[in-house]
Design a protein around this ligand. Structure first.
Ligand code: TYD
Length: 134
């Protein structure tokens, strides 16, 4: 069973401002195929609410804060992200939903796959059948 988990990224402190880097297959356990970000989220809105069959991802609160709910079909979990050098690793086959975005927050998402609508499971009941047969 795969579980979502927080990955502590290295922070390079500097009096001129801190720096964090992410390298594929080192800091994240997959090759990075795609990077996207979610921003200007109106108060009270939620994003996600789906799973990927193959896609793995790392979600980083680049700015501000938000909560990520994860569910692998057997256990659900909730993570509060509010630090730009922590990432939430989300394995393939995980339902996830992002909520409680603070004003001006930015969710950076690194993905192991190209965008492919066929990789999505957007219906929770379908996801539960998929996850429990896995
Ligand atoms: P979606 O993944 O459903 O957003 P979220 O999970 O954040 O709620 O994507 C929303 C729309 O954006 C959908 O029409 C597909 C499009 N999209 C792309 O074109 N490329 C991408 O890399 C992503 C993630 C989404």
């Amino acid at each position: 069973m795969n579980y979502a988990k927080i990955i502590h990224l290295k922070k390079i402190p500097d009096s001129r401002g801190n720096l964090t880097a992410i390298e594929q297959l080192g800091d994240v356990p997959f090759e990075i195929r795609r990077v996207y970000w979610i921003f200007d989220v109106p108060g009270g809105e939620r994003r996600g609410g789906h799973a990927y069959r193959q896609g793995q991802e790392l979600i980083v609160a680049l700015s501000g804060s938000f909560d990520v709910m994860t569910d692998n079909g057997h256990e659900s979990d909730s993570f509060s992200l509010n630090c730009s050098y922590y990432g939430l690793y989300v394995p393939a086959g995980t339902w996830r939903e992002i909520s409680n975005f603070s004003t001006n927050s930015i969710a950076l998402i690194l993905s192991s796959t190209d965008y492919d609508e066929a990789d999505y499971i957007r219906n929770y009941e379908d996801f539960m059948v998929y996850a429990r047969n896995d």
